[in-house]
Ligand binder design. Structure first.
Ligand SMILES: Nc1nc2c(ncn2[C@@H]2O[C@H](COP(=O)(O)OP(=O)(O)OP(=O)(O)O)[C@@H](O)[C@H]2O)c(=O)[nH]1
Ligand SMILES: [Mg+2]
Length: 390
C-alpha cells in the first residue's frame, strides 16, 4: 500500500529582526498546546527533533518566562512539521495518507543585506529560493517597530526594505531564467504582512495598505516586475495586493502575552484555501488553458486533505464532526475538483449555511474547507486581513 504525506508550503521573507523566528515559534506553540492536542488527538512533531526542541523552548520561554527568543540570525533550512494520522480499522483505498507535512520556508533576513561570501553560498541561496517555489503564497514581512521608529517618514524604511528584497533576489532570478523558461509553479500571491502589529494597536489593515501604497508604489512595482519575469502567465500573479496584520504575542516591558497573538492562526488558511479561491477566480475570468490551469488546480484535492487536518490544529473557532486524528481514511476519499470549486467559491451567508449543513451531516471535508473560509472572512471583518478583489 502506498504511503503518502500531503504537503503544505508557505514562504516567509523578512529582514533580519523582523520577527520571523518568533512567528514560527508562536505558530508551533499554538499547534502544540495541550488544548489543541486534546481537541484533535493529533500530535504535530518537527521533523528535525533539535529544531522542534528549540522552537518549543522559544515558545515556553515567552509564555512562562516573558523572554524573547535569542536571535539566531540565519538557518536557511526549511522548518518542517508532520502530523501523523491514526489509522483505525480497515484501509479501504489504494492510496492512504499517513500524514500532513507543513513546510515553512524562512529566507534568511541577512541575505538581503550581504552579498554571498562566495560561490558556495551563492548556490545555497539559489537552492533555498528554489525550494520555496512549491509555496502558493509568499509573505513579505514589514516590521511595525520600524514604522514606529520612522514615524512621519515611513518611506525611509519602506523604500529601503523593498529595494533590499528586490536586490537580494535579483541575482537568483537572473540565474533561474538562464536555465529555465518562465515557471508555471511559483508563489503567485505575494502578500504584505505587518509583523509585530501589537506595537501599532490601533492600526487597521486598510491603513497599513494605504501607507504602503502611498509611500512605496514605485518600489513595489519594481519588485513586481522583477518577480514577474519568472512566472508563466502574469495575469495570474499578485504582488502587494493582499495585506495582513501579524503579531506573535503582545510584547510589553517585562511581559510577553502569547495568548494575545494576531493573525498567527490565519497563516494556514492563507496558505491553503485563500490561494485556491483566488486561482479559481483567475482561471474563470481569464480562461487560462494548459499548464497554468493544471498547476493552479493540480493540487486542489490534495489541498482539501491538508485543510481537513489543519483546521483542527489552527482554527480556534473550529467545530468539526469528530476528532482530526480519526480522519485518515476520509482524506483518501478525494473530493473532485468541481466539488472543491463549489465550496471554495462560497461567501457570506451561503458559506455559513454550508458550514452548518456540513456539520449536521458529518461531512468532514466540507466542514473543514468552509471553516477556513469563515476564518478568512472573519479576519476581514476584524480589519486584520485585506484580500484583493481582483
Ligand atoms: N512587539 C513585538 N515584538 C516582536 C514580535 N516578534 C518579534 N519581536 C521582537 O523582535 C525581535 C527579533 O525577532 P526574530 O523573530 O528573532 O527576528 P528574525 O526575523 O528571525 O531575524 P533574523 O533571524 O535575524 O533574520 C525579537 O527578539 C522580539 O524582541 C511581535 O510579534 N511583537
Ligand atoms: Mg530568525
Amino acid at each position: 500500500m502506498a504511503k503518502r504525506v500531503l504537503e503544505q508550503h508557505i514562504a516567509v521573507f523578512g529582514e533580519s529582526g523582523s520577527g520571523k523566528s518568533v512567528l514560527i515559534s508562536s505558530f508551533y506553540g499554538l499547534m502544540r498546546e495541550k488544548r489543541t492536542l486534546d481537541r484533535t488527538r493529533l500530535d504535530v512533531v518537527a521533523d528535525d527533533a533539535g529544531q522542534g526542541g528549540r522552537l518549543y523552548s522559544n515558545y515556553l520561554g515567552m509564555k512562562q518566562e516573558n523572554r524573547a527568543p535569542e536571535a539566531n540570525r540565519f538557518s536557511a533550512i526549511p522548518y518542517s512539521f508532520t502530523a501523523r494520522l491514526e489509522h483505525r480499522g480497515e484501509r479501504k483505498t489504494a492510496v492512504d495518507y499517513d500524514g500532513i507535512r507543513l513546510i515553512w520556508h524562512d529566507y534568511p533576513g541577512e541575505w538581503f543585506h550581504e552579498s554571498p561570501s562566495g560561490p558556495e553560498e551563492e548556490r545555497r541561496r539559489a537552492d533555498t529560493f528554489r525550494s520555496l517555489l512549491a509555496s502558493d503564497v509568499a509573505m513579505v514581512l514589514i516590521d511595525a517597530e520600524e514604522l514606529v521608529r520612522n514615524a512621519g517618514h515611513e518611506e525611509r524604511y519602506l523604500k529601503l526594505l523593498f529595494t533590499n528584497v528586490r536586490n537580494g533576489l535579483l541575482p537568483i532570478v537572473d540565474d533561474l531564467l538562464e536555465d529555465s523558461k518562465p515557471l508555471a509553479r511559483f508563489p503567485r500571491i505575494w502578500m504584505f504582512a505587518l509583523s509585530k502589529c501589537d506595537v501599532l494597536p490601533d492600526l487597521k489593515v486598510q491603513e497599513f495598505q494605504d501607507l504602503v501604497v502611498l509611500k512605496t508604489a514605485h518600489e513595489v512595482d519594481q519588485l513586481r516586475q522583477m518577480l514577474g519575469r519568472i512566472v508563466l502567465d502574469k495575469d495570474a500573479f499578485a504582488v502587494g495586493e493582499d495585506f495582513v496584520l501579524l503579531s506573535s504575542a503582545k510584547f510589553s516591558p517585562g511581559a510577553i502575552e502569547v495568548s494575545q497573538r494576531v493573525g498567527v492562526d490565519l497563516i494556514m488558511p492563507i496558505a491553503s484555501v485563500f490561494p485556491l479561491r483566488r486561482f479559481m477566480r483567475w482561471a474563470e475570468a481569464r480562461n487560462f488553458r494548459g499548464k497554468v490551469v493544471e498547476v493552479l488546480f493540480g493540487r486542489a484535492s490534495a489541498a482539501a486533505g491538508v485543510v481537513a487536518v489543519l483546521v483542527g490544529l489552527v482554527s480556534r473557532a473550529a467545530r468539526l464532526p469528530g476528532p482530526v486524528g480519526a480522519i485518515a481514511v476520509l482524506i483518501s476519499s478525494v473530493l473532485s475538483k468541481e466539488a472543491i470549486e463549489k465550496i471554495v467559491k462560497l461567501a457570506g451567508g451561503k458559506l455559513r449555511e454550508a458550514n452548518e449543513d456540513a456539520l449536521e451531516k458529518g461531512d468532514y471535508l466540507r466542514a473543514a474547507l468552509t471553516q477556513f473560509g469563515i476564518d478568512l472572512e472573519d479576519a476581514e471583518a476584524q480589519n486584520i486581513l485585506l484580500r484583493s478583489r481582483r
